[in-house]
Ligand binder design. Structure first.
Ligand code: NI
Length: 256
């Protein structure tokens, strides 16, 4: 049975792929990964993500300032993001959100950039890709007030069912990555089982978060298949059926 897979969160433009990017992308194609969404985290990486999307028909781009980089961005970056985002291969604003794990930028500055970029996405009628780490409560508070009715995805969702429900209630998608393949991630397994089929997306977040049995090594889009296999097993669903649902969800969400 043939089916197409999608990796909705890659960072292929980064230095970790400088030596063998072409081989990595060829392996993705061989493994059935027919589309990749390349994500920026600051202005330069957003430009690089778009450049990669311009070179490859299978790649689309997402532009934005990730919370660990907002203290390095100036206000003019918002205008430059707006220009980049008008490109037809840009399909969302991201990754944006809150990161209280690394504590690189003050929380109020993170929140301001989060809200400004939610507004930017709304202005452009684009969905948002959310990065949230150790910041569930504030993320939900901001999404409830600033993103209600706006399409969005919780990238590399991590957390339990209560948090997942809060994200689903604001209308967001949940994107699963490598950690769902880990034996001890039982909270995440529960979310993967209970989430509505039409809210599921799949990703690698490569080069990070490699799934089992590659854990701790460099991740790559071909490994999204391991995430899809695990999701199908958890949901007791045939692999091709789950892959088809995820593909349909991604097409609708990113409006390819
Ligand atoms: Ni990322």
């Amino acid at each position: 049975m043939q089916f197409a897979l999608i990796d909705t969160h890659t960072h292929l433009h980064t230095a970790q792929f400088a030596a063998d990017r072409a081989e990595v992308m060829a392996r993705a194609a061989t493994s059935g990964v027919a589309r990749m969404i390349e994500i920026g985290y600051d202005l330069a990486s957003s430009q690089a993500a778009l450049a990669l999307a311009e070179q490859h028909t299978a790649v689309y781009a997402v532009v934005g300032i990730q919370p660990n980089y907002v203290h390095e961005a100036d206000q003019a970056a918002l205008g430059e993001l707006l220009d980049l985002a008008r490109h037809p291969k840009v399909v969302a604003i991201g990754e944006i959100g809150l990161d209280y794990h690394w504590q690189k930028a003050p929380h109020d500055l993170q929140e301001r950039w989060f809200r400004d970029q939610l507004a930017l996405a709304r202005e452009l009628a684009l969905p948002v890709v959310i990065h949230s780490r150790d910041a569930q409560e504030d993320t939900v508070r901001i999404l409830r007030t600033a993103a209600n009715g706006q399409p969005g995805v919780m990238h590399s969702f991590s957390g339990g069912w209560a948090y997942a429900q809060a994200c689903l209630e604001v209308g967001f998608m949940l994107s699963f990555s490598g950690p769902v393949t880990f034996a001890k991630a039982t909270d995440l397994h529960e979310v993967a089982r209970r989430a509505p089929a039409e809210r599921l997306l799949t990703e690698t977040d490569c080069p990070y978060l490699a799934p089992h049995p590659h854990r701790g090594k460099r991740n790559e889009p071909a490994y999204v298949r391991l995430v899809v296999e695990r999701l199908a097993a958890l949901r007791e669903q045939p692999l091709d059926q789950l892959a088809a649902a995820v593909w349909q969800n991604a097409e609708t969400f990113f409006a390819f």
